[in-house]
Design a protein around this ligand. Structure first.
Ligand SMILES: Cc1cc2nc3c(=O)[nH]c(=O)nc-3n(C[C@H](O)[C@H](O)[C@H](O)COP(=O)(O)OP(=O)(O)OC[C@H]3O[C@@H](n4cnc5c(N)ncnc54)[C@H](O)[C@@H]3O)c2cc1C
Length: 467
């Protein structure tokens, strides 16, 4: 059976779900289908978390999904907690706006906002349905989008949106060939970690927020042995604090455009802040609002400079750790149970089921060396280059010339959410949002990015449907 929709949303994580919420709020009758293999909408990888310790990395005041109401999550949590939900929130002993909520609970919040929007949408005859499958192919024929699904079904629609999220690096062919994926434990799989000898050594590749989650999972699973963390620069995420407001210096000086100028100004303001007894996070947080403009105005050379020289620093200073997780990392570090090595991963040497051995090259050295442990966790991040993503849809879209890689091959190219094909034509049928647009905006992943993009794209789609 073929089904038809005005808007086909491919992917039902935070992006796809928030887009549906925003579309349902608009005064136009629409049939929306969200195609998502997971059982529940609104969760994706991030908000499917089941551990209370896997929390958001920003407090409730920063994590509203409603760009028109920054207090939306705080208000939702206030009611949820008053009704007896999340009793453990009392342990944080802070006002609700400053709570760092479990990511699984955030998924419930997103789902409630969808349910409410469905009631609003139903009044004007708009509907949303969840089709549980993976989209394996997409074609545009005769002004219509046609989807092929993993279960053999076909769907047709007037417009389609790629809300396919992030593709973990571990699931790409590059790392498959090194055997890493097969050997590695899932960073969030606490049950699998319970099978480990609690005193055994665990190796972790990558030192960003996924590593932080993995350490939380190990602790939760009762692991008490050494944890050896390897990353190229050996930088840990800083802890997120609640800095006061700081002058929006980039908003006042549009002459700053190169990565070098940016770094110089940010450092200067951080020094000034520290000299005045203000947290350095205050000036840094003002930069966030300008990153999309700076990135989109930059040349490819400047973007490359940023990625090569500023990125590790930006990741550890900007993508900060929730306080409770940071406390755990700090404690394990001071107990010398967790050690951070500045070293690059060169490959999986052997894995006999009991002992896994990896080859690493310490930073600044020519020689490599071996490290062994009872288990390996790969938290080395995301594959943004669609040419390397071993999933059928990205491969098909590239092969059909319906998309082209974005700047620096990060995601795909688009103009205000409308996808650009291999010939450089801007589509009026195919759109994208969230992580696939990393190359267009640099930051295109966090809750605040996704929420803002969902609102803007919904408006654009509805105008587009009216034309
Ligand atoms: C572990 C983790 C923790 C995070 N924590 C935070 C945080 O604390 N704060 C913050 O601001 N941001 C956080 N983020 C970033 C951000 O909020 C998430 O990445 C967000 O989930 C992005 O939503 P998305 O829907 O675009 O992508 P995803 O959540 O990745 O969802 C995409 C969905 O698309 C589906 N899909 C993919 N391909 C297809 C296909 N071909 N057919 C059908 N469906 C498909 C997938 O099954 C998936 O469910 C986190 C991200 C991760 C991974």
């Amino acid at each position: 059976m073929e089904r038809y929709a005005d808007i086909l949303i491919i992917g039902g994580g935070l992006s796809g779900t928030m887009l549906a919420v925003q579309l349902l709020r608009l005064p136009l009758q629409q049939r929306i289908l969200i195609i998502e293999p997971r059982a529940e909408l609104g969760r994706g990888e991030a908000y499917s978390a089941t551990e209370l310790g896997h929390t958001l990395n920003g407090n409730a005041a920063r994590m509203s999904v409603d760009p028109d109401n920054p207090d939306d999550l705080t208000q939702w949590l206030t009611t949820y907690i008053a009704d007896g939900g999340w009793p453990e929130s009392a342990d944080q002993d802070v006002p609700i706006s400053e709570l760092f909520a479990p990511r699984g609970l955030f998924g419930v919040y997103v789902q409630e906002r969808l349910a409410q929007a469905q009631v609003v949408g139903a009044r004007q005859g708009s509907t949303v349905a969840h089709v549980r499958a993976e989209v394996t192919d997409l074609q545009i024929n005769g002004g219509e989008v046609q989807l092929t699904l993993s279960d053999g079904q076909h769907l047709r629609g007037s417009r389609a949106v790629l809300a396919t999220g992030m593709f973990p690096a571990a699931r790409t062919p590059q790392t498959h060939s090194s055997g890493l994926n097969a050997a590695a434990l899932d960073p969030w799989d606490v049950a699998a970690m319970r099978d480990l000898d609690p005193q055994s050594t665990v190796l972790i590749i990558g030192s960003g927020l996924t590593m932080v989650d993995a350490v939380v999972s190990l602790e939760q699973a009762g692991h008490r042995g050494p944890i050896e963390v390897f990353s190229r620069h050996g930088l840990l995420p800083h802890v997120r604090r609640q800095p006061p407001a700081w002058v929006d210096f980039l908003g006042e000086d549009f002459s700053i455009s190169t990565p070098r100028q940016l770094l110089r100004e940010v450092r200067r303001h951080c020094r000034d802040a520290i000299a005045q007894g203000v947290d350095w996070q205050a000036p840094l947080d003002t930069v966030r609002g300008h990153i999309a403009r700076l990135w989109s105005q930059a040349t490819d050379v400047q973007r490359r400079q940023f990625v090569r020289h500023v990125r590790p620093w930006w990741e550890s200073h900007h993508h900060r750790s929730p306080p409770l997780s940071a406390e755990l990392i700090e404690r394990l570090h001071s107990e010398e149970r967790l050690r951070i090595h500045a070293a690059s991963f060169k490959g999986l040497e052997s894995d006999n089921g009991d002992v896994v051995t990896i080859r690493i090259r310490p930073r600044g050295q020519i020689d490599t060396c071996l490290m062994s442990g009872a288990a390996l966790i790969n938290s080395s991040g995301i594959e943004y280059d669609w040419r390397r993503v071993a999933r059928p849809l990205p491969q098909q879209l590239l092969a059909r010339g319906l998309v082209q890689p974005g700047p620096l091959a990060l995601g795909i190219a688009a103009v205000e959410g409308a996808v650009v094909d291999a010939e450089g034509r801007v589509s009026d049928r195919l759109f994208a949002m969230g992580p696939p647009l990393r190359g267009m905006w640099w930051e295109s992943t966090a809750v605040s990015d996704v929420a803002a993009q969902a609102k803007a794209l919904a408006g654009r789609l509805v105008n587009n449907l009216r034309d």
